[in-house]
Design a protein around this ligand. Structure first.
Ligand SMILES: Nc1nc2c(ncn2[C@@H]2O[C@H](COP(=O)(O)OP(=O)(O)OP(=O)(O)O)[C@@H](O)[C@H]2O)c(=O)[nH]1
Ligand SMILES: [Mg+2]
Length: 631
C-alpha cells in the first residue's frame, strides 16, 4: 500500500515538473504575445470571482493556488471577511497569448496599491455591478487608468440580478468616462455583460453565451501586446513586495525593457538616488496562481525576484553597470495612526505568546519592510509605537494578523493625520455614498451634518435615498456602528479618500459614556440584568472582568463605575440556581474595527489571541478622577 502511495506521489511530482517545465519553455520561446491586465472595481463587484472563472476556464484549477502558492499567507483572513486584502498575480494562456492578471483589492484603503498595479499593466477590466452602477472607488480606479493612457474594458457584472439595469449603468459609466476627460479612443470602450459567478460573458445584454470566450476574445482583440524591447538594456521596476520564509523579501515588477536571467548580476537604482549592486537568486514567473522558477524572462512580462534583500517599491533593476533611470513610483502618505503598546491589563499573558515591547518592536519593524504605506515610529521614552497607515482597515488587518500569530497588544483610538499646506492645517476628506430606506434618511442626514459632512447630491430611487457626501475622515471614525443602528442594518455606506481640505473645526466624539467595572471577578446574570437598564451591555454572564474594563455603554454621557460581578443574595424562598433564569438580551459584541471606532481618547482596545476587550487607560477609578481633575 505504502509503495502505491510512493508511486502516485512520484507520478504527481513528475507531472508538476512537466507543467513547470512547459511553462519555462513558454516563458522563453513565446514572448511576443504577453498581455498584462488588472481587474479593477469597487469593493464586492466580483473581481476575484471573475479571476477564479478565468483560471477555471483556462485549465488552471484553483487547487493549484492553495497547494503551490506561497506569496499570500493571509488567505484565511480574506476568506473569513470575504474581501481581497492583497493583490494577487496569476497567469493564464489563451490562444497563444500569455495573459498575466492582477486581481486587485476593492476597498478604498488599498487604493495606492491598485494605483501602482495599474501602472504596470497594458489594460484594465473595469467591473461595475449591473444594479448599483458606478461607486466612489469605480471613479478612482477609472481615473487612474485613464490618466495612464489605458483603454479599459467595461464588464457589467451580476447580470443575473433581478434589479439589473445594465443599459442605464452603461450610460452612467460613459458619463463617468466623459467627466474624467477620456480621449476618443478611450471613449470607445468595449462593453461585456456577464455573470462572473457562473463564468459567463456576453457581447449583448440578452446574449446566451455559456462561457467567458467573448471576454477572452475582447482582450486579445482590444489590447496590443507589449512592444518587443528585448534588445534594450534591462529596466525592471518593482511595484509590489512579498515575503517568503526561504527566499526572504521578494520584489514583484514588470520588465519594461530588456530581459533578465536567473542568477544575473544586476545594478539597482534605489529610491534615494543611490545605485547598489546585487544578484538575482531566484527569478519567478506565474503559472495559474502559483509562482514557478524560470530561467529567463523578457520585456513586457511581470516577474518576481528574490535575492535583493532591501528592494523597495519603485526601484529599478538594471543590467550591471548600466542603470537607465525611470520615474520613481510615489508612495502615498498615511492618513490615520494608532498607538500600539504592550498589553498591561490584569489579564495580560493569559493567551498570547509574544508580550514584550521587544517582541512588538521586532514584529512591527518586520511589517514595515514589506507593508507599503505603513510607517512605524517609537514614541520617545515610552514602549509605545505610533503605527500609521492608509486607513482603519489597513491597520486593523495588521492587528488581526498579529493576534493570530500570538501577540497581545493595546491600541488607542485611531487618529487622523493632518498636514500643513501654506501654513493651513489640512485634514483628509472622504467621499461617502449612502443608500438608505426613506424612513431612516432623516437621522443619517442629521448625523452626517453634525460630523461636518457636506451633502453633494441626494437622489430618490423608489423607497431608497442615495446620498452623496464629502465628510472629514475624523467625522467618520466611530460612525459606522451608529449608522448600522440608525438604519436597522438596512443602509449601505461606502467611503473612499478624496482629498485634503482645511481643518473643519471640532467634531463631537461619542456622546455616551461607558459602564466601567469597579472590580475583578466573573460577571453575573443578576448584575448584568440590573445594569441593562443603564445602557447597552457588551459582555455575557461568566465573562471574566477586571477593574477598569468597559462592560457596556451608558445611556447618559458620563462614565459610570459599576459592579458586574454582584450576585443575588440567597434567600430562603428562592433556590440558588435562580441566577440562570434571568432573561438577558444578547450582549453587543464588537468586531475589532468596531471596537477601535468605539473607544475614546482615554480608552484602549486590548487585543489578545482569544479576546478583544475595551478598557479605560487608567484602570482605577480614583486615579482616573484625579487625572481628569488635575490632568
Ligand atoms: N449575483 C451575483 N453575484 C456575484 C457575481 N459575481 C460575484 N458575485 C458575488 O459578489 C460577492 C463579491 O464577490 P468578490 O469576487 O469577492 O468581489 P470582489 O470585487 O473581489 O471584492 P473585493 O476584493 O473585496 O473588492 C460574492 O458574494 C460573489 O459570490 C454575479 O455574477 N452575480
Ligand atoms: Mg476580491
Amino acid at each position: 500500500m505504502y509503495l502505491i502511495y510512493l508511486i502516485i506521489a512520484a507520478i504527481k511530482c513528475t507531472m508538476d515538473n512537466v507543467i513547470i517545465q512547459k511553462e519555462r519553455i513558454f516563458f522563453m520561446s513565446d514572448k511576443s504575445n504577453i498581455i498584462n491586465l488588472a481587474v479593477i472595481a469597487h469593493v464586492n463587484a466580483g473581481k476575484s470571482t471573475l479571476v477564479d472563472a478565468f483560471l477555471n476556464q483556462s485549465g488552471v484549477f484553483r487547487e493549484n493556488e492553495t497547494v503551490q502558492d506561497c506569496i499570500m499567507d493571509s488567505n484565511e483572513l480574506e476568506k473569513e471577511r470575504g474581501i481581497t486584502i492583497y493583490a494577487k498575480n496569476c497567469s493564464i494562456q489563451h490562444d497563444g497569448y500569455k495573459i498575466n492578471i492582477v486581481d486587485t483589492p476593492g476597498h478604498a484603503d488599498f487604493s495606492s496599491e491598485v494605483e501602482r498595479i495599474i501602472k504596470a499593466v497594458d489594460t484594465t477590466i473595469l467591473l461595475v455591478d449591473s444594479s448599483e452602477g458606478p461607486m466612489p472607488q469605480t471613479r478612482f480606479v477609472l481615473k487612474k487608468s485613464l490618466e495612464l493612457g489605458i483603454s479599459p474594458i467595461l464588464f457589467i457584472n451580476k447580470m443575473d440580478k433581478s434589479n439589473e439595469r445594465a443599459k442605464e449603468v452603461a450610460d452612467m459609466v460613459l458619463d463617468l468616462f466623459i467627466d474624467l476627460n477620456a480621449d476618443d479612443k478611450q471613449l470607445e470602450f468595449p462593453i461585456i455583460y456577464g455573470v462572473a459567478k457562473d463564468g459567463i460573458a456576453n457581447y449583448e445584454i440578452d446574449g446566451d453565451s455559456e462561457d467567458l470566450k467573448p471576454l477572452f476574445d475582447t482582450i486579445t482583440k482590444h489590447v496590443k501586446p507589449y512592444p518587443d524591447y528585448d534588445k534594450e538594456p534591462l529596466q525592471l521596476q518593482i511595484h509590489d513586495l512579498a515575503y517568503d520564509n526561504y527566499l526572504g523579501r521578494i520584489g514583484i515588477g514588470r520588465i519594461y525593457k530588456g530581459s533578465i536571467e536567473n542568477g544575473q548580476q544586476v545594478s539597482i537604482s534605489k529610491r534615494n538616488g543611490n545605485v547598489t549592486q546585487g544578484k538575482i537568486s531566484e527569478l519567478m514567473g506565474y503559472y495559474g496562481l502559483s509562482r514557478a522558477s524560470i530561467d529567463k524572462a523578457t520585456s513586457g512580462d511581470i516577474v518576481a525576484v528574490a535575492g535583493i534583500s532591501d528592494i523597495s517599491i519603485g526601484e529599478i533593476i538594471c543590467d550591471k553597470g548600466n542603470v537607465v533611470p525611470m520615474d520613481m513610483i510615489e508612495i502615498e502618505k498615511p492618513t490615520i495612526a494608532m498607538d500600539f503598546s504592550i498589553n498591561d491589563s490584569p489579564f495580560a499573558g493569559q493567551s498570547g505568546k509574544y508580550l514584550t515591547s521587544r517582541n512588538l518592536k521586532e514584529r512591527l519593524e518586520r511589517e514595515e519592510e514589506v507593508n507599503v504605506g505603513l510607517e512605524v515610529k517609537r514614541l520617545p521614552s515610552t514602549d509605545t509605537f505610533k503605527v500609521s497607515g492608509r486607513g482603519e482597515l489597513h491597520l486593523s488587518i495588521l492587528l488581526e494578523r498579529m493576534r493570530r500569530e500570538g501577540y497581545e497588544i493595546s491600541v488607542s483610538k485611531p487618529e487622523v493625520l493632518y498636514h500643513r499646506e501654506n501654513n493651513k492645517l489640512m485634514e483628509p476628506i472622504e467621499r461617502v455614498i449612502v443608500e438608505v430606506p426613506e424612513k431612516y434618511s432623516g437621522s443619517v442626514i442629521s448625523k452626517l451634518n453634525q460630523r461636518k459632512g457636506l451633502m453633494q447630491s441626494m437622489k430618490k430611487d423608489s423607497d431608497y435615498y442615495r446620498l452623496n457626501y464629502l465628510v472629514p475622515t475624523r467625522g467618520l471614525i466611530g460612525y459606522r456602528s451608529e449608522f448600522i443602528n440608525d438604519t436597522s442594518g438596512e443602509g449601505t455606506l461606502i467611503r473612499s479618500f478624496e482629498k485634503y481640505e482645511q481643518f473643519k473645526g471640532e467634531i463631537p466624539q461619542r456622546v455616551n459614556g461607558a459602564l466601567v467595572s469597579q472590580n475583578e471577578g466573573t460577571a453575573r446574570a443578576y448584575a448584568l440584568d440590573n445594569l441593562s437598564e443603564r445602557g447597552v451591555i457588551f459582555i455575557s454572564p461568566g465573562t471574566k472582568v477586571y477593574e477598569g474594563m468597559i462592560i457596556g455603554m451608558n445611556n447618559k454621557d458620563n462614565d459610570l463605575t459599576v459592579n458586574p460581578t454582584k450576585n443575588k443574595k440567597l434567600t430562603n424562598t428562592r433556590a440558588s440556581g435562580s441566577d440562570d433564569t434571568v432573561n438577558l438580551a444578547p450582549p453587543k459584541e464588537f468586531t475589532l474595527e468596531e471596537a477601535l471606532e468605539f473607544i475614546k481618547d482615554d480608552e484602549l482596545v486590548e487585543i489578545t489571541p482569544d479576546a478583544i476587550r475595551l478598557r479605560k487607560k487608567i484602570l482605577n477609578e480614583k486615579m482616573r478622577l484625579k487625572e481628569e481633575k488635575y490632568g
